[in-house]
Design a protein around this ligand. Sequence first.
Ligand code: 1GP
Length: 242
Amino acid sequence: MSFLEGICSCKSPQLAVLIDPGKTGPEHWKILLQQSVLPHFFMVGGSTGGQKETEFCTSFLKDNQSKPVVLFPGNETQITSHADAIFLLSLLSGRNPDLLIGKHIRAAEQLDALGIEIIPTAYLLVENGGSSSVQQVSQTTPIGRNDNKLALQTALAGQQLGMKLIYLEAGSGAPLPVPVPMIQNVKLRLRVPLIVGGGISSGKQCSEALAAGADIVVVGNALEKNPELLPALVNTVSRHEN
Ligand code: 1GP
């Protein structure tokens, strides 16, 4: 079964832990892996790291635990064959052609040769009450926090273009996560799985995103600050199992 088939056939919500190899190293990763329970899968990526850091981190995770590892590339160099899959992100909330298709073209031959599972993912940046690195790096305007209509239209367009996942992103370390009404509104009309991330730093926020309809919740920053929060987040997600 492919990684995507596993996600689509899973009736229960999932927790993904995002590891940024440009900001953290083996000391941090070891503490995460020593926790009593692990997330459903790991994501590797960030705004600064390159190929070397991505490969090192991905190999470390594959060698030291058994959960899938998925690339979440912040740029086209963050690619390695050691991962199980890659979220091939297209920033549909913005109008930066490079992030819609340009980088994808530049990485296409390399990706094709790697042979890892490619998961086309509609990436929607949502206003977060501040500014995030993805906002600065992408030079795009995020979807307004109250613009549920635009969020839904953009998510549906992604689905109609054949994208396999929709990712509502408030940005790493966001002061405010994606609003609950926006998650609810998008989820109502969506047939593909919905990922929600950015600024989720407690079991309560994780629970709210799941109750609103997120199929996968992503947590990064909060675990960089406190890896020991992981078991509480895993327990929160398991309480939402059907
Ligand atoms: C960022 O959605 C992810 O791309 C995770 O965000 O680091 O704020 O948890 P945080």
